[in-house]
Design a protein around this ligand. Sequence first.
Ligand code: ADP
Ligand code: MG
Length: 266
Amino acid sequence: MTGTDPAKPTAEVVLSARKVRKHFGELEVLRGIDLEVRAGEVLCVIGPSGSGKSTLLRCFNHLEKIDAGRIEVDGELVGYEPHGASGSRLRERRPRDIRHQRERIGMVFQRFHLFPHRTALQNVMEGPIAVKGRPRQEAERRARELLARVGLADRADHYPAQLSGGQQQRVAIARALAMEPTLMLFDEPTSALDPELVGEVLGVMRDLARSGMTMIVVTHEMGFAREVADRVVFMDEGAVVEAGSPAEVFTAPRHDRTRAFLSTVL
Ligand code: ADP
Ligand code: MG
């Protein structure tokens, strides 16, 4: 890892997307997306509603199948064009491979999706025990560490309904981290929160970024993107319109569409 070097040019590629296309019926939602994320990098994706940001993250995590192009995570294919340029049809991925790959990608959504009848601690322990077969004691020790890391050591035995939205989202982050992902995807993790709760979640994400986690964050929090992102990608109508350092994209956007979008959110 190259610490604070924004370009991190020597770090290994964790995620690579090439010419990724996706449509729903007549609607082309992703029109040839190229993206690369290196180890330790924080990529923030911004753009108007409906531009395809969530769909892109869902493709990275096997929640959607792509129609064309290629996605690799840790050098392994996630999605691919069934009929590649060579004309050869690649072998379909088996469910076991998909599960194995999903384990390496943590995802945090706008809504927290915690199990309502389990405590914070049980929510965080569940994955390592059920999916990774970790011994209960070890899973509990690790879950307590993670709850402490997100500032919720004293809430371990609370049920989701007893927690604020910000606390629930921090449990959701701890739960994703419990699977020891190599890549964390965040899809507008603070959009459903009351304004006064946004800061505590962004704070946890900032700490995570500083710890060297590789992250792709879809967000409308421009302050966060400016401060924490190594690179910012602006998407519109299913395409990457502009990408660069936060200074490049926020201070000196090259495209009219980027300028127009920023004028609505800044
Ligand atoms: P964003 O996250 O940038 O707001 P989305 O990826 O959610 O954008 O959506 C992009 C477009 O794809 C929108 O027009 C949305 O209505 C459409 N869309 C998303 N998911 C589906 C689906 N499962 N079926 C049909 N259309 C969809
Ligand atoms: Mg979205």
